[in-house]
Design a protein around this ligand. Sequence first.
Ligand code: UD1
Ligand code: CA
Length: 460
Amino acid sequence: MKIETIILAAGQGSRMKSSLPKVLHPIAGSPMLEHVILSAQTLHARQTNAEGGLHVVIGYGADQVRDRLGNYAANWVEQKEQLGTGHAVKQAAPNCSQADIVLVLYGDVPLIQSTTLASLAAACNGERLALLTINLPNPSGYGRIVRDETGAIQAIVEDKDASSEQHAITEVNTGIMAIPGKRLTAWLENISCKNAQNEYYLTDIVAMAVAEGTAVVHAQPQTATEVQGVNNRAQQAKLERQLQRHIAEKLMASGVTLLDPNRLDVRGSLQAGNDVVIDINCVFEGDVVLEDGVQIGPNCILSNTRIGVGTRIKANSIIDASVIEADCDIGPFSRLRLGTHLADRAKIGNFVETKKAVIGVGSKINHLSYVGDAEIGVDVNVGAGTITCNYDRVNKLRTEIGDGAFIGSNTSLVAPLIVGAGATVGAGSTITHDIPEESLSVARGRQKNIEGWKRPEKKS
Ligand code: UD1
Ligand code: CA
């Protein structure tokens, strides 16, 4: 079955009160429209003969939307004026002429699941008009599903056009529907804008289908969250929490301890092994992997990072684009930036910043240091307050420290520099030349003691 999916995303979303088009507002770190695109892609990939394409109708902020999501394989169709959902679908319809099923989704209904879409598509099967409906205790604002005495769907009546009797109907149109491709063009031609809002309603095709004897059927989503639309920031926040809760439940089911599942934020993909423990208020961005037994203290932020078996990360640490091997200790208050690689059992302590730093097995940088563009061997001890001076305002320069070296506290290592294996650097040194293996280097003013020296006194 060839499915063509049209995502309606042209609306401004004025109630967001934002310069960003509504569909670019994020849920769990990704634009709402991206969630919908991914669900559609998953549906298309499930098709046995994966045919069909994706069409996104954009209008308000079209350039911004295309700039942000243009990498996805889709036809970006512009709707210059937003004259209604029927008019929006009409803009994309010419590209869908060979479809068995035309699936209509909304860019501001972000959590729709591909499994629900698959059941809706199956209900349509190229022959029937299939509506995704839901029963709501408070249906106001939605189009109502009007059924006859036998329970057959007759029409959708928009809230603003409904009679008081129809207002009482609690089964509503979610807006998502699967349309037999062969009927689409004819139906779209017949939509008029003679209604309370002077809009071209896509929902008018339901009565047309009934009139010509095409069956109209319905499917329902597994949860109401899936079909929840976002019109304002409060609804956005509500969906954010619901999705985060769902992610938290899945993590716990897979063997992760969350000290508080309500205080976890995953903005990307988080893969976690068994017996991982995550304390409160941690944020995970991009692709993060936590291997078995990893422990993460409160208030940590990890982005695009892999953490090896049994590593412990203490409170308030920030790790970005790094690889951490097994059994390391990090934090509290560590900042590991792009290109940090810690080998097994390395230790990074408080107020240490690293960048493009490869740190060998069992090496330690325990306090108050900056280590950048550096390669540090095995069992090296970097004392408190050590700085790699890696930048001369033009170039980034490298520091190499050999196995077993010992760098005394408050040392400046002026790169480019090689500290030989087993070398020792005296505290407070400013090292500007390479140090041979197994030697001591001290580069500071000698201490001079003047006995009996008197402080100057104030003249009276
Ligand atoms: C629509 C349905 C209603 C349903 C409700 C569910 C119609 C006529 N009504 O009403 O039955 O209960 O959704 O939320 O279809 N859009 C465009 N171009 C346009 C108009 C809309 O791209 O010209 C997009 C919007 O950006 C939005 C979606 O289509 O993502 C729905 O439009 P909206 O105006 O919110 O429809 P409703 O009046 O809520
Ligand atoms: Ca709406």
